[in-house]
Design a protein around this ligand. Structure first.
Ligand SMILES: Nc1ncnc2c1ncn2[C@@H]1O[C@H](COP(=O)(O)OP(=O)(O)OP(=O)(O)O)[C@@H](O)[C@H]1O
Length: 777
């Protein structure tokens, strides 16, 4: 039975707000005209892959942009459409933009048309006209109007759930408010283009000698593309993985952060695509599925592979990035034509399982890549990964009929990459675990999932590109010990000792980010916040500014710990200790990427020092046979900051903290008041904050001291705050003189402002050699 469905007539976008970027222009549409229903361009509907009972749905067809009109008097039903060129081609018909037709059905676009998902790129053959268009797009970018394809790349940050105590859990999609994202989305520039350091047109022309890549057996097309990326030689993980993957093996790859893992799997995937016969149906279907735990990473990987593909003259694969926050319909369309699909598990599952034959084509992929595998195969993403893997391997009735055929899983290669693997996971992946081991007892689910990965070989090739180290070789590690209550002051001091360095400060809570950012800003430091409760636009803007402005400081939760590939991060400061050794590795991995060097400094209270040393020892455990304690001492130095200097910085830090706390307490009180007022209104009672407070009196419990302080801070008057600001300004204008020490006296004291400008007397920095604090290196 043919099912006919009436589609809502397409609205043509109009806007009263000229500042809002519009994808389509307002067009004069033809008036609706009566049409013959049997003459319309009906489209057959593909059935969902997951539907068990097809009965009654065979032959389902749909039509768009047709209104069903019932005559009130006669009861006769007729059909009207304003774009029916397929039926009756009217003469002199007003032009209707084709785009309208393409987009019909995506309801939200009637409201907002500033960005398209645009994640599928056509990386081939840019004509002069295209280049011109690109330049134009660049120009509009600087005007604040972003080309749609770039806006898509911008909408990438993962929305993490975070509890009050600041435990940030990078859960996937779900909780996201699409409307908010759409509203937030358009910002200047594509963060991921910036992150990936896209070459300019002029730079494009320069190619480097890539003979060092030749032993890997790549085609000249791929070598040319690598040459355009200016990567003269492969990194160790690329050298080891590429030939194994090209030889058809499953690979589990481990290599330190920033060591080029993306291209270690990206290059062989692209190479395999290029080697497909011209008429291979796979050229028009997905060849690889790359799953990543976070949106930003997925987009980074997508951009990275697209950059490689854009250097291929002809016939490059198309790449689609499928993450939450963007329209499912559009992503489905992109997926339909993509050869390489990168995405986060939640949205991937949502799109793949939405029907339209996508699952059937995804089942034929030749590569499944699990990036940041330890993260993807653990809590949070487990369920969605499991669903994807089950669906990819599930045989349909027609497949079952072909009993002799090999498992569909055996057709595909599985590539698993990370900088960190739990020992148990590593053993499991390498096929070496003993039955009854820790993993089996404690993580039955992971065991199950590993089986689901369905390696085609009993033992995948385990490649550990740097078995001695998880940390980048250019990384120096240090710790600063201070009283727990003085962490803010010491953070300020460490930053002062590192003038003009692009620094990333990690905290374990959103509230700490909220507090530390204004604390540092009050002290004239260029601090930017980043946490999961920020609006997406603000998050992207922070990353963008951090990327663009040398010497800026990003204060972030662990949302920034994995994968962010920002060039030139010189200093990582762990304001709060990382909760696990792996987090330490990933946080610290945001600096010293590739051949670069960088420092990682932990700020510890005395009671935290022992734990930190254990953690660092664990990270370096594989280095050699020395005792853990000896290793930790070797790898992490205690930085001996001159306490007299810190004492001189204290008055300004205290003032700044008082001001930052007051602003936050006021904001908090304001939102609490609003909440309680609303609750009282809902209950139909009067709201009296004093009454509430007096009823709470006497109930002294945990946190009451803090609450008292908060209350005092919230009550600070405008005048008092102004006075504090003036005092702080005065202090910041003064030189910080270390005074007593003959050493510093001879050096003429310390001018903090000139230090900030990178002009200070570096002797100020005290005895902290080896971490880039001084000129000794
Ligand atoms: N052969 C190469 N030569 C020089 N640079 C390279 C090479 N391969 C990759 N890179 C660059 O190194 C940087 C890090 O690469 P990538 O993001 O793949 O690292 P990663 O190992 O995945 O890091 P993480 O574990 O932190 O995610 C990127 O900016 C990339 O462009």
């Amino acid at each position: 039975m043919a099912q006919k469905k009436r589609q809502r007539p397409t609205k043509v976008a109009t806007s009263s707000d000229p500042s809002k970027p519009r994808k389509r222009q307002k067009v004069e549409s033809a008036p609706p005209r009566k049409v013959r229903i049997d003459k319309l361009p009906w489209k057959s509907v593909e059935l969902p892959d997951q539907m068990d009972d097809y009965e009654g749905f065979y032959g389902l067809e749909e039509i768009e942009d047709v209104a069903v009109v019932k005559d009130e008097n006669t009861g006769v039903v007729s059909f009207e459409s304003s774009k029916v060129e397929e039926v009756e081609r009217p003469t002199g018909r007003d032009e209707v933009e084709v785009q309208v037709e393409e987009d019909a059905g995506d309801e939200e676009e009637d409201e907002w048309e500033g960005f398209s998902d645009g994640a599928v790129d056509e990386p081939v053959e840019k004509s002069a006209k295209d280049n011109k268009k690109d330049k134009k797009a660049q120009k509009s970018k600087s005007n604040g109007i972003q080309p749609p394809e770039e806006q898509a790349a911008d909408s990438v940050m993962e929305e993490e759930a975070e509890d009050e105590s600041g435990n940030e859990d990078e859960g996937e999609e779900g909780a996201e408010d699409e409307d908010e994202l759409l509203e937030d989305a358009p910002i200047n520039g594509s963060v991921f283009d910036i992150l990936m350091d896209q070459p300019t047109d002029d730079e494009d022309a320069i190619e480097v000698d890539v003979s060092a890549w030749e032993p890997l057996g790549l085609s000249s097309k791929t070598l040319d593309a690598i040459s355009k990326l200016k990567f003269a030689q492969p990194t160790p993980i690329q050298t080891s993985s590429i030939p194994e993957i090209l030889a058809g093996h499953d690979v589990v790859g481990k290599a330190s952060t920033g060591s080029g893992k993306t291209l270690a799997f990206g290059i062989p995937i692209v190479e395999t695509f290029l080697a497909l016969p011209k008429d291979s149906p796979t050229r028009k279907a997905p060849l690889a599925l790359i799953v990543s735990p976070t949106r930003e990473l997925a987009h980074q990987i997508g951009t990275h592979i697209k950059n490689l593909c854009s250097g291929i003259e002809k016939g490059a694969p198309t790449v689609a990035t499928i993450t939450g926050g963007l329209s499912v319909q559009k992503q489905r369309r992109q997926l339909e034509t993509a050869n390489i699909v990168v995405g986060t598990p939640g949205r991937l599952w949502e799109v793949i399982s939405s029907g339209h034959g996508l699952l059937a084509s995804m089942k034929k992929i030749r590569f499944l890549v699990v990036d940041e595998a330890d993260r993807l195969l653990s809590e949070g993403h487990f369920k969605e990964m499991q669903e994807i893997l089950t669906a990819l391997d599930k045989k349909e009735f027609d497949e079952e009929a072909e009993a002799d055929e090999e498992d569909s899983g055996a057709q595909r290669q599985t590539l698993v990459f990370s900088a960190t693997f739990h020992k148990g996971l590593q053993q499991k992946l390498a096929g070496k675990s003993k039955k009854g081991g820790e993993l089996l007892n404690n993580q039955q689910s992971m065991e199950y999932l590993l089986k689901k990965l369905h390696f085609r070989e009993d033992r995948p090739k385990f490649i550990d590109a740097n078995p001695k180290k998880q940390m980048a070789s250019g990384l120096k590690e240090g710790l600063v010990e201070c009283a727990g209550t003085e962490k803010d002051l010491f953070l300020y001091a460490v930053l002062m000792f590192n003038p003009k360095k692009r620094s990333l400060i990690f905290t374990n809570s959103i509230s700490a980010v909220r507090r530390l950012t204004p604390f540092l800003q009050n002290l004239n430091l260029p601090a930017l916040p980043l946490h999961s409760q920020m609006a997406q636009k603000a998050r992207l803007r922070s990353v963008e500014r951090f990327t663009e402005r040398p010497g800026s400081i990003l204060v972030a939760t662990d949302v920034a710990a994995r994968g962010l590939d920002i060039r030139g991060v010189e200093l990582i400061i762990h304001y709060h200790l990382p909760r696990t050794a792996d987090t330490y590795v990933h946080r610290s991995g945001r600096t010293a990427r590739g051949d670069a060097s960088g420092s990682s400094i932990l700020i510890c209270a005395p009671e935290e020092v022992a734990g930190v040393r254990r953690l660092v020892a664990k990270v370096h455990a594989q280095a050699d046979g020395a005792s853990k304690k000896a290793k930790a001492a070797r790898f992490i130095r205690t930085l001996d900051i001159d306490r007299r200097v810190v004492a001189r910085l204290k008055p300004r830090a205290t003032l700044s903290k008082t001001l930052a706390d007051a602003v936050i307490a006021k904001e908090k009180k304001h939102s609490e008041d609003n909440f309680l007022r609303q609750a009282a209104e809902d209950l139909g009672v009067d709201y009296d904050s004093d009454e509430l407070e007096s009823s709470a009196k006497g109930k002294r419990g945990r946190g009451s001291g803090r609450k008292k302080k908060e209350k005092e801070a919230a009550q600070m008057s405008k005048g008092e705050m102004q006075a504090l600001r003036a005092e702080l300004k005065g202090l910041l204008a003064q030189r910080v003189n270390t005074g007593v020490s003959a050493k510093y006296l001879t050096s003429g004291g310390v001018d903090v402002d000139s230090l900030l400008r990178g002009e200070g007397n570096m002797e100020f920095l005290g005895n902290v050699g080896g971490l880039g604090f001084d000129d000794e290196e």
